[in-house]
Ligand binder design. Sequence first.
Ligand SMILES: Cc1cc2nc3c(=O)[nH]c(=O)nc-3n(C[C@H](O)[C@H](O)[C@H](O)COP(=O)(O)OP(=O)(O)OC[C@H]3O[C@@H](n4cnc5c(N)ncnc54)[C@H](O)[C@@H]3O)c2cc1C
Length: 320
Amino acid sequence: MMTGKAVVVYSEDRELGLQILSKGREISDKLGGELNALVIGAGVTDPEEYIAHGADRVLVVDDPALKRFAAETYKGVALEALKDVDLGILLIGATKRGKELAARVAAALDTGCMTECIGIDVDEEGRLLGQRLTYGGSVISSQVSTKEPHVATIPPRTFKKADPVPREGEISVLDVDIQDQRVKVVESREKARGDAGLAEAPIVVSAGRGFKDKADLRLLEELAEVLGAKIGCSRPIAADLGWMEEWIGISGYKISPKLYIACGISGTIQHAAGIRDAQIIVSVNSEEGANIHEISDYSIVGDVYTVIPALTKALRERIG
Ligand SMILES: Cc1cc2nc3c(=O)[nH]c(=O)nc-3n(C[C@H](O)[C@H](O)[C@H](O)COP(=O)(O)OP(=O)(O)OC[C@H]3O[C@@H](n4cnc5c(N)ncnc54)[C@H](O)[C@@H]3O)c2cc1C
């Protein structure tokens, strides 16, 4: 149904905001309302980019006081900016900050918040439909938001950014009264990041507890080198053993490579949730009944200590 209400997209991560805009455009066309991009920050650049990616209007709140993200302050700013918008749906990028903001804004609007939707649409009444991973990612549940305005968060790479096209649009620079921050940042430190480019890598090889010693990971490094792959792991390898920084799975990175090779990984639902978008999954596991074989396109039942060197050798001969 054409409600004529606006769809608003916000993310402090510009790339994610543009990805959500492409889906927002589709939904907005169904509702027959405006698609707005909300941009909050200090020294906002190139707001036209949002228009080229589908927005009809960009609501810009640009103030030096907004240089650092503070959930309460940003909430106040977002609510002020949305005051004159006939809001139907608010879509927020599900980054750590976005999630903090979405919950607060939804509560202030006295509505619900569908978190981490991996699919969204609207029904004939203009209500927001969301698909969300449930039970550790083993099930997708379809949910409907029954109270307007509808608020949802969308994880990175859920939707593909549209190609920019020359379009007409409006940029509204808003003069918002920024409330005193109740939280003061006394110090900020750069976080040591172990992200080896896993999220974007076309090929990922990954280690699980089938490896008995950190030094043995060199077998995986050699395989990765031949394939030009990034190296990942299951959670115990990083969180318990500390052999790597980041892991793959429901509480780690969600990846979507063309090829994923799981070595000595059992394939629990928590791990599988992170590789559900991998195009081809290959498993190397000595136990025939291991779950990872069930979810693999190609299963190698064997010992990582013999299979991986053999695989590396064969690939090296083929692809140099
Ligand atoms: C709330 C919560 C969140 C979690 N989030 C994540 C997450 O994001 N990611 C994640 O990975 N886990 C996560 N876990 C942990 C998860 O439940 C599993 O414990 C974990 O994935 C198991 O890691 P693994 O497969 O390396 O080890 P194991 O389950 O111990 O499996 C090791 C596998 O290696 C095989 N093996 C042993 N020796 C060899 C050999 N020589 N050659 C070949 N194969 C061999 C075995 O057959 C076995 O299948 C989470 C758990 C909880 C409770």
